[in-house]
Design a protein around this ligand. Sequence first.
Ligand code: SF4
Length: 365
Amino acid sequence: MSSIDFNPVTTLREPTELVAQGLVSVASLRDLEKVAARYAIAVTPHVAALIDPDDPQDPIARQYIPSAEELVAQPNETPDPISDDAHSPVSGIVHRYPDRVLFKLVHVCAVYCRFCFRREMVGPGKATALSEGAYENALAYIRAHSEIWEVILTGGDPLMLSPRRLAEIMADLAGIDHVRIIRIHTRVPVAEPSRISREMISALKVGGAATWMALHANHVRELTRKARAACAAIIDAGIPMVSQSVLLRGVNDDPAALEALMRGFVECRIKPYYLHHGDLAPGTSHLRTTLERGQEIMRALRGRVSGLCQPEYVVDIPGGHGKAPVGPNYLSPDNSFSAESEQPTEKRYRVVDYCGDVHLYPPAP
Ligand code: SF4
């Protein structure tokens, strides 16, 4: 590690502060000022302390420290890569699937991820939270749509709200008869675990609906002792947790890194849920991998770790068509032909085992 004192006391938000902490070079400052003018920066003291400034490939730094590569946008990248806006009937709500909505309460986060698919919408300077009127309209929309079974609080990061405000929101939602599940998407337990206070946890528990939490983390080093303790407190309070990760080049795009992350989640009693292929957000191509590489890694993961550790590999289809599983396929029709008839021998299947060996599976009688 560097000799620099690596424990900033406040969140780093300016390129000059990153230089002062030895996290970026002075030479990069001009480019990073351009990046900062467009995309928010925030590195909490907790996250900054995880970065090895002597490692130019540090997997934590790659997620949070801006780079000049963000100034290069590819033609297929768009500001709203999964078309939230096209499915937003009222401000703050995204209703893409029949039985659930996203409820975007705030546009701020504890940290700003360099690959964020909502990077054009989050950060200081954007509308920081829904106005009271917009909040009431969004609630009215949920009330009027009895097919909405699950409300997903997202943002920004909903855990940036105060426990008092969160408790009010949870009570409002749980007071709607057909809302049975409230799911919270957050990075706070790994980015700023000290926010997970007793008050915060009790604000999340509410009668009338089950609370679930989806934790976003991409590298096992984010599961620090403090982060693990925060998650344990949440789960011990009766809130089940699942994980979300993004497949990121140079962070977790190899089987060993992904295996360590997934084992870490399960050790924390967090069920691996989604592994997202990187969305086509502007200036993020340097962090994306190919779908083929993603499938290769998933295949390797299946051969190495327990089924408990397997996330679903998904891609959000551009244009707002939702998520599709894109993991490798282990089942295909057996099209082998008999030598005599040149017809398929019988309608069988080929199944690939965890070692990559192929076996035949009989048809239904
Ligand atoms: S915490 Fe989530 S919403 Fe916020 S910058 Fe990271 S990925 Fe985007």
